[in-house]
Design a protein around this ligand. Structure first.
Ligand SMILES: O=C(CO)[C@H](O)[C@H](O)COP(=O)(O)O
Length: 216
């Protein structure tokens, strides 16, 4: 199975966002990854719903929305209003994660749980049957273009084992530091979906970079 490719528009040129979205529309990308940051959960602020409303209008691929914010459950209606297919919330931001996952499903979206580099895969044991996807961060969230943290590959392997043992159908997505080299190892370890920012938008031909990732 070819990996699902979800380009992260955090690395796009915000002054010409429509051009980058059209590039994604015409590419082999499967989803579009939207990183929402609040300057509290992570030390950066990206964009909010007034901007994303226009991004969503132009985008023809399903939206894979990643909330790097505290209390993400407060924004379930806003994420739903964007037409998002997947809503990713951080394990570290949700003391009542099981409830939030149910709320996302009840709102008609697919729930995904994200773990930071310092969070062990074992913390997902009691939620793995309830989620559509787990997103493993390959960098500390907040910025694009960071160096890939090596133990992410082992975490993917460990999560693949947990999924096999529990019979869960959760997908594994990785975000941060993904390029052709790290992507190949992540897919080999059992990742189903790759988020790529810098590797796509800094490439001379971003659509070709997406195709190369898709063919890993
Ligand atoms: O969530 C993110 C940062 O918090 C970005 O999606 C991620 O960093 C992608 O960018 P790159 O591929 O350049 O690392």
């Amino acid at each position: 199975m070819k990996p699902i490719i979800s380009p992260s528009i955090l690395s796009a040129d915000f002054a010409y966002l429509a051009n980058d979205i059209e590039m994604i529309n015409g590419s082999e990308a499967d989803w579009v990854h939207i990183d929402i940051m609040d300057g509290v959960f992570v030390p950066n602020i990206s964009f909010g719903f007034p901007v994303l409303k226009y991004v969503a209008k132009l985008t023809e691929k399903p939206l894979d929305v990643h909330l790097m914010i505290v209390q993400p459950e407060k924004f379930i209606p806003e994420v739903k209003a964007l037409g998002a297919r997947i809503m990713n919330v951080h394990y570290e931001a949700c003391p009542h994660l099981h409830r939030v996952v149910q709320q996302i499903r009840e709102a008609g979206m697919l729930p995904a749980v994200t773990i930071n580099p310092a969070t062990p895969v074992a913390m997902l044991r009691d939620i793995i049957d309830d989620v559509y996807m787990v997103l493993i961060m390959g960098v500390n969230p907040g910025f694009g273009g960071q160096k890939f943290i090596e133990h992410t590959v082992d975490k993917v392997r460990e999560l693949r084992e947990l999924i096999t043992v529990t019979g869960s159908e959760a997908l594994i997505e990785v975000d941060g530091g993904v390029n052709l080299e790290t992507g190949a190892r992540l897919v080999e370890a059992g990742a189903n979906a790759l988020v790529a920012g810098n590797a796509v938008f800094s490439a001379p031909d971003p659509a070709e970079a997406i195709r190369a990732l898709k063919n890993l």
